[in-house]
Design a protein around this ligand. Sequence first.
Ligand SMILES: [Zn+2]
Ligand SMILES: [Zn+2]
Length: 104
Amino acid sequence: MDNRRRSPLDHNHGSVTHTSCDHNHAHQCLDVSGPAILAGESHVHNSENWVVYEHGHAHYYQATSGPSMPTANGWHVHYWDFYTTVNDGHRHHIKGLDMPAPGV
Ligand SMILES: [Zn+2]
Ligand SMILES: [Zn+2]
């Protein structure tokens, strides 16, 4: 019997990060993901949004997280790794962990 508490599918995750630095600038990326989507034994999240408009332009992204990764307190996080759209002749890379949500 699995005594880990599964997370409800109606949870989502926030994250506060910066894009990679390209063309001598980065953008703030303040994300709220979509709800969980079952994926095998785990779940993933989709997200799409604009990064913060800075330096005269913004970039759009559509991304899917990695599977649920348990944290020490029984919650979980996801790893994200994706590229924004090309705007103003360049794009940015975004990667890192989001904020924890209850369950695994
Ligand atoms: Zn840019
Ligand atoms: Zn999740």
